[in-house]
Ligand binder design. Structure first.
Ligand SMILES: [Zn+2]
Length: 426
């Protein structure tokens, strides 16, 4: 038998659900019940003596609560079990030092979600080029947007299947996130060239070979005008609100509209990031980036009294946090997309990449004339060009010098090889 290396691959796939207003209120009810159950469970856990905090006791308490409290019955039994499982996992994450201790979930500021832990309950089928159908417990058979070929029906087997799902609500409405498990052949090493990538302020993404990726504004001018109008309207409505008073229906409606527009902009930026990282991962075999150090970024922004930082306005506050978030997400995407294609993802230490001349190696703090243009102060060299392109070339140079940080991948990926059994043994 040929020994084909096969890797188990687990990933999530998110799709928009087409819910009627009745279905939305049912899903909302389930999510509120799940949150209430979490809070009850947390209160129970803290009240119990340590010796009695067992899974069996917690399970019995949940069963009793579902009998005693009417609105908890809206939550399917398996989703209630999933709340317990998530809660216990939250404590394990805390004990292992990965996270803070679990806490109560507030009605606002917590994500509305319901778990569907059993994949076979979903009974997914494709009904149209663009639509699929899925069974949601205690809601019904619901249409969802079909944008990816999922392993369902005849295509599903023990190795390729949907193992579960989660309903999640954001500002654009309810979505379903499928947990997909597939078996893919181990990728051959990627033959593409190596490239350095810099995420700058003037250029969103600059490559060391001079290529660049740009994007327009996330909102069209009409949408931006609408957002401004809504923000002014919310400010005006807030003026009439007395201290301690609840938000009026009108004000909440305006807030919802603002949130929808912002969510739309965010979705468009995610789309651009996915397309860009897919292109990069498909083209290049080795991708080198700067290691993100948030503490350094914060320090370099304001500078000191003697040496004030440059472009403080661009780097500070919200701008910086959005930039850092976008950066982190793109690193994550590049990491897993390169792994899938057999490429290498490396990080190099960041200091000096924006101040070093990539042509002669001369480093002076003054070499960077502005955010956009780099001019070398070395009289023998005098190279000038786009500053982000210069930084990308320096990043690649650091990698070739052997300065890559270990571990390189942004997220630990456990890869188990699996051998195909001989046909006779099956
Ligand atoms: Zn130079």
């Amino acid at each position: 038998m040929n020994e084909v290396g096969l890797d188990k691959r687990q990933f999530g796939h998110r799709a928009r659900l087409a819910l009627s207003p009745v279905d939305v209120s049912r899903a909302d009810g389930q999510a509120h019940a799940a949150r209430a159950l979490w809070n009850l469970l947390h209160a129970w856990w803290q009240m119990m003596p340590k010796a009695e905090r067992t899974l069996a006791n917690a399970d019995a308490a949940i069963r009793q609560a579902r009998k005693d409290i009417d609105f908890l019955a809206a939550l399917p039994a398996q989703a209630a079990q999933a709340v317990l499982k998530t809660y216990v996992q939250a404590w394990k994450n805390c004990w292992d030092g990965r996270a803070d201790a679990p806490n109560y979930k507030a009605r606002i500021r917590s994500v509305m979600s319901v778990d569907i832990p059993q994949g076979r309950d979903l009974n997914i089928s494709r009904v149209h080029r663009r639509w699929g159908m899925v069974n949601l417990p205690k809601i019904g058979r619901i249409r969802f947007r079909w944008t990816k070929d999922l392993p369902v029906g005849k295509r599903a087997d023990n190795d390729n299947r949907i193992t579960g799902a989660r309903l999640v609500k954001d500002d654009l409405g309810w979505h379903i996130a499928f947990r997909v498990q597939t078996l893919v052949s181990t990728p051959e090493p990627h033959p593409g060239p190596a490239v350095g990538v810099d995420m700058g302020v003037t250029l969103p993404v600059a490559l060391s070979n001079g290529k660049k990726f740009e994007h327009g504004k996330w909102l069209a001018s009409k949408e931006q005008a609408k957002l401004l109008r809504l923000e002014q309207r919310s400010a005006a409505l807030r003026q009439h609100r007395k201290r301690g008073e609840k938000n009026s229906k009108r004000l909440s409606c305006v807030y919802d509209q603002i949130a929808r527009l912002r969510a739309k902009a965010k979705r468009r930026s995610h789309d651009w990031q996915h397309k860009t990282t897919t292109t990069i991962a498909a083209t290049y075999g080795t991708v080198v980036v700067e290691a993100l150090q948030i503490t350094n970024m914060v320090r370099s922004t304001k500078g000191t009294v003697d040496e004030p930082g440059k472009n403080v306005a661009q780097k500070s506050g919200l701008n910086r946090s959005i930039h850092a978030e976008a950066w982190g997400r793109m690193m994550m995407m590049l990491g897993y997309k390169l792994t899938q294609r057999g490429g290498t993802f490396a990080k190099v230490p960041a200091p000096g990449t924006s101040q070093r001349c990539s042509a002669c190696g001369f480093t002076t703090p003054g070499s960077r004339e502005s955010q956009a243009v780099f001019v070398c102060k070395n009289s023998d060299c005098g190279w000038s060009g786009n500053a982000d392109y210069n930084a990308a070339r320096n990043i690649l140079h650091l990698y070739r010098m052997g300065l890559a940080l270990i571990p390189a991948a942004g997220r630990a990926v456990v890869r188990r090889t699996r051998r195909v059994k001989p046909a006779a043994a099956r």
